[in-house]
Design a protein around this ligand. Structure first.
Ligand code: GLV
Length: 333
């Protein structure tokens, strides 16, 4: 009898192990070991649990690097339940013949929706209004109280015209917005006008970040970036906290250099409640909820399970990040 592959899953997935759930599907084919805690495994716990496994299903808090891969030489697939994979050293995986998959597509709408929730909340100062009302600070109606910023008819700047950037831009048509976008190159059929980043920053009333976190994009939103934005502009970030120089953003909000920000991602995550960022004015924050709907997270889990099964079978699915890994010599376990 052939041995069943062993797979470590670094968090309980939506649906648990109920019949028909993503984990139940995986369990039909492999021997599963699941990290049951709500908090991530430490690097050492991850190494211990990955040792002897053939596949890993991880989330964005798990760092997959050469130390981990060398401690787990049987691993031949890492399926990351996220579209971003900045937690994974992909070249280290490729060199070792380890296939990496992510979960693109299925979280596009949810993340675009959340981007709009933050944009609208920041523009119309909803958390401030909510806090004022609950705190007894709701005085008589006054023509100049709690004035926000127009959204309909305004100019939206998308930085990073990938799937999510496009979905955010598409939603702008209902608000009759002018959409500008900046990126490495113009994208056919993108619902907006391609402009250099400097032009976008000078013109947009809303600047929404949709670039992946890479060495080139790390802290690209720095003091100079915010200085180029309009003083009535609102900054929105639903990609990764690492693209922002957070002290520079804090200062830009404090000094009134920009009008507000809506953030779903920060550094570090979770952000301590006493972080200086949180005392900046006109800031709306969410605790990394971009893909957090039951439907989306279930679809992500299913795609990640399919990634594990494909990798174990030596196949590269369309969401493989490094299909070339399959051509590399197999490691000896
Ligand atoms: C979430 O942040 C993701 O990358 O899927």
């Amino acid at each position: 009898m052939t041995e069943r592959p062993r797979v470590f899953v670094s968090r309980v997935l939506p649906g648990g192990a109920a019949p028909g759930s993503p984990l139940a599907t995986l369990q039909e084919a492999v021997d599963l070991s699941i990290w049951e805690a709500q908090t991530p495994p430490s690097a050492e716990a991850l190494r211990t649990r990955a040792e002897g496994c053939d596949g890993l299903l991880t989330v964005l808090t798990e760092r997959i690097d050469s130390t981990l891969l060398d401690a787990a030489p049987r691993v031949r697939v890492v399926a990351n339940m996220a579209v971003g994979y900045d937690n994974i050293d992909v070249p280290a995986c490729t060199e070792r013949g380890v296939l990496v998959t992510n979960t693109p597509g299925v979280l596009t709408d949810a993340t675009a929706d959340l981007t709009w929730a933050l944009l609208l909340a920041a523009a119309r100062r909803l958390p401030e209004g909510d806090a004022a009302l609950r705190g007894g600070g709701w005085g008589p109606w006054h023509p100049t109280w709690m004035l926000g910023h127009r959204v309909s008819g305004a100019t939206l700047g998308i930085v990073g015209p990938g799937r999510i950037g496009r979905a955010v831009a598409e939603r702008a048509s209902g608000f009759r917005m002018t959409v500008l976008y900046a990126g490495r190159r113009a994208v056919p059929d993108f619902p907006g006008t391609f402009v250099p980043l400097d032009d976008l920053l000078a013109r947009a009333e809303y600047v929404s970040m949709h670039v992946p976190l890479t060495p080139e994009t790390t802290r690209m939103c720095d003091a100079a970036f915010f200085a180029r934005m309009r003083p009535d502009a609102i900054f929105v970030n639903t990609t990764r906290g690492g693209v922002v120089d957070q002290p520079a953003l804090t200062e830009a909000l404090r000094s009134g250099q920009i009008a507000g920000a809506g953030l779903d991602v920060m550094t570090p995550e979770p952000l301590p409640a006493d972080d200086p960022l949180l005392s900046a004015p006109h800031l709306v924050v969410a605790p990394h909820l971009g893909s957090a709907t039951l439907e989306t997270r279930t679809a992500m889990a299913r795609l990640a399970v399919e990634g594990v099964l494909a990798g174990l079978a030596g196949r590269a699915p369309s969401n493989a990040v490094n299909p070339e890994a399959l051509a590399m010599p197999r490691r000896r376990a």
